[in-house]
Design a binder for this molecule. Structure first.
Ligand code: ADP
Ligand code: MG
Length: 726
């Protein structure tokens, strides 16, 4: 049997595959199913006594403390509702620091002692759970004797019923904390940071004359990019299966250079998948909105409508699990890795964020009078200051082994964190920077409380896509987060650094008011100060250009290229002081996150290195040697047949990369065997400086062989096949 039997079979299986038809009825309006499986406010209003309903809403909207009696009433209504929806179990869903979603399922049934059982669900079961989740990463926060972690109900994120062919489950979004109350998850700090940001935003708004303010929250609209490939081909690639990315593969003759995929017609099979996923997302109350093809072949994007940060984060996790399972149902694999295919555009997850509430909308929308403009400029200045002071923390919030392949590779923003304001807004801040000047040279200055802003384009067409942090009309867009990451980590950082800036601003303006300074004059002076101190972070030029890193260095902006450069930002004194001040993390929690970041980096690269060794030695090398043998036998046959001037070049051509492959595999094997590093930091350095280059050397030789070895001997599905067969 030839060496490529598995690959050929996979391709035959793709040909024979009939995708399922989507259970979509043309008469069904999307609105009818939206939120069908969510225990939302409408359901609560119908099912809860009025006083209980009011109390829950007060907790959701104003952060009021939850009364235990209320919890009992909600639990009972929730259980009845879930049982009607066919749920047999309930699960506390939480988001451990693996970046994945975890859930522990329990049956509603409780034996009552006479051989029968009753469906039970008490308030305390709703409010607190105790999963035996001692194997989740905790970065030293839990010793085994106190290994218990607790889940606690997040009242602000609605419970839902997840359908499954084998039975439905009531899912309750929760936080996950240690016995001592320290955060072991992504949601706890998200809620804490949300609170801190809201408090200081409300102080600033009060200074601007707002009264009876509803809670200010942060909104998040994530844009998720992903690849779809046929599952038969996926299963024939051990690298993709085990590490989420291809560790081998020559660049295909046809890549993305034709731009024929971007926003092109969506393939029918993919459309079927999208319709199916959207239907599921709608039922779960997830507002999936736009969908389109992305730049690379096989790459797509979905952008749900923005929602409150913590709900968007929950929904984002749910979206990823839904995509994975529905892709399988359609015979495809959904790849969320930031760089599944070398040389082909990778995937990101832009985090669009704004601050505001239902009444005020986004605080990043310029108003139509000088007073509102001043407020808008103050909130923009808060962003400028925050990003300038804490760019390193933003970079650290998106640091991972997989995202390192993407940042700074001219397909995603560079690792240098700067802000794009757009020409008009940048111009306004330039005028503000000059302060109240007397001379009337140039464009002059802008006077707060008098001048109105020019109309800023809400969706500027000439958007700068190379900037990591861009103003886009009514929000800021953080483009560095990777497609595989949770949006919670960047949102925690954004909320916290915004809390710091807004606190700074409120304190200054309150002091000015106490000193009897005119409010507009105080705002003017503060904006001038902020833009002069922090304006260096504003960059409207080409972030991909060679000149930018040099210029950025002159401006003192950090270029934290790899995860290892970025993670130490989490444990600097100013970072710890910042997070402690706003009660988002204590020092132990910060250190634990740093440790876990390193641990995951080491684990990811370790798995990839072992896979590279295995596939290189057991799949690629044997194919190459078979080919070499065949060439040698043919040349020998020619010689036996009496040909005197047999050209040995074809043999040399394949022998050289085989020798290179053997030697690269030996180097990789040695690097893997080297266990001299013990500290997490040293292990991570070993992964970055020894394993990654050794893997690249193996790959270079293997990719060269892919172009030489007879196609009927090549065992792995090629880039061409994976990217263009759908
Ligand atoms: P792009 O042009 O960047 O590809 P998309 O339309 O794909 O834009 O996605 C824009 C995202 O920004 C959506 O998720 C949308 O809900 C979100 N968004 C829009 N307005 C706001 C806002 N005020 N705050 C937060 N997110 C927002
Ligand atoms: Mg975008």
């Amino acid at each position: 049997m030839s060496g490529n039997a598995a690959r050929l079979q996979a391709i035959k299986d793709v040909e024979a595959y009939v995708p399922p038809t989507v259970s979509f009825s043309p008469t069904e309006t999307p609105g009818a199913i939206f939120g069908e499986n969510v225990f939302n406010k409408v359901v609560m209003r119908q099912r809860l006594p009025k006083s209980v309903y009011k109390s829950v809403v007060a907790t959701i909207e104003h952060g009021a403390k939850l009364d235990p009696e209320v919890a009992d009433a909600v639990a009972s209504a929730m259980k009845d509702w879930a049982l009607e929806k066919g749920a047999t179990h309930y699960a506390h869903v939480f988001y451990p620091l693996t970046g994945l979603t975890a859930e522990k399922h329990d049956s509603f049934l409780e034996p009552v002692g006479d051989g029968t059982a009753l469906a039970e669900f008490a308030g305390k079961t709703l409010v607190q759970g105790e999963p035996d989740a001692s194997s989740f990463p905790n970065g030293g926060l839990r010793n085994t004797f106190e290994a218990r972690g607790y889940t606690g109900w997040d009242v602000t994120s609605p419970a839902y019923v997840l359908e499954n062919p084998n039975g439905n489950t009531l899912c309750i979004p929760t936080v996950f904390v240690s016995m001592t109350g320290e955060a072991l998850d992504h949601k706890t700090p998200l809620l804490r940071s949300q609170q801190a940001m809201g408090e200081h935003a409300e102080r600033v708004l009060t200074l601007f004359g707002h009264t009876n303010l509803n809670h200010i929250v942060s909104f998040c609209g994530p844009e998720q990019e992903y690849f779809l490939i046929d599952r038969h081909l996926f299963l024939a690639r051990p690298d993709l299966l085990n590490s989420g990315r291809t560790l081998f593969g020559a660049k295909p003759p046809k890549g993305q250079e034709f731009d024929d995929h971007y926003f092109g017609a969506i393939p029918e099979r993919v459309l079927g998948f999208m319709m199916d996923t959207e239907r599921e997302l709608f039922k779960l109350g997830i507002p999936a909105k736009t969908r389109h093809n992305e730049v690379a072949p096989g790459q797509f994007e979905i952008a749900p409508m923005f929602e409150r940060g913590n709900i968007a984060a929950d929904h984002q996790q749910l979206l990823m699990t839904t995509f994975k399972s529905i892709a399988k149902k359609h015979g495809m694999e959904c790849l969320f890795h930031e760089k599944p295919f070398a040389g082909v555009n990778g995937s990101g997850k832009h985090v669009n964020f704004s601050l505001g509430n239902d009444e005020l909308g986004s605080l990043f929308v310029p108003g139509d009078n000088p007073h509102d403009n001043a407020q808008f400029l103050v909130f923009c200045a808060a962003v400028i200051r925050a990003v300038h002071l804490y760019g390193g923390l933003l970079r650290a919030s998106v640091a991972s082994a997989s995202n390192d392949h993407r940042l700074g590779a001219n397909e995603a923003p560079p690792a240098i964190i700067s802000i794009f304001l757009g020409d008009q807004l940048a111009d306004i801040f330039e005028q503000i920077a000059k302060g109240p000047v007397t001379s009337s040279k140039g464009r002059g200055t802008m006077t707060i409380g008098v001048d109105t802003l020019p109309i800023l384009p809400t969706d500027p067409g000439d958007r700068n896509r190379t900037s990591p942090f861009a103003f886009t009309g009514n929000r800021f867009e953080f483009r560095a987060p990777g497609s595989l990451q949770t949006v919670a980590a960047p949102m925690v950082t954004i909320n916290t650094i915004m809390a710091d800036s807004l606190d700074y601003i409120a304190t200054k303006l309150e002091a000015a008011a106490a000193a009897g300074t005119d409010f507009d004059a105080a705002v003017q002076a503060l904006l001038t100060e902020i833009i002069n101190e922090h304006g260096d972070v504003v960059f409207n030029g080409d972030g991909y250009g060679d000149a930018w890193p040099i210029e950025a260095e002159k401006r003192g902006l950090a270029n934290l290229k790899t995860t290892l450069d970025a993670l130490p930002e989490l444990i600097t004194d100013p970072a710890i002081a910042l997070f402690e001040k706003y009660k988002v993390f204590n020092a132990r929690e910060m250190h634990s996150r740093y440790e876990i970041g390193l641990e995951q980096y080491v684990n990811v690269i370790g798995v990839e290195a072992r896979l590279t060794l295995e596939v290189g030695a057991t799949v690629v090398l044997p194919a190459a040697v078979r080919h070499q043998t065949e060439v040698a036998l043919n040349l020998g046959a020619l010689r036996s047949a009496g040909v005197t001037d047999v050209d040995l070049a074809p043999l040399d051509a394949v022998s050289a990369p085989i020798a290179a492959l053997r030697s690269a595999l030996a180097t990789l094997s040695d690097a893997l065997a080297d266990e001299s590093a013990h500290e997490a930091q040293a292990e991570a350095e070993h992964a970055r400086d020894a394993l990654l280059p050794a893997m690249l050397a193996v790959r270079a030789a293997a990719d060269q062989l892919e172009a030489l070895v007879a196609d009927d001997l090549w065992p792995l599905p090629t880039y061409q096949e994976m990217l263009f067969i759908l």
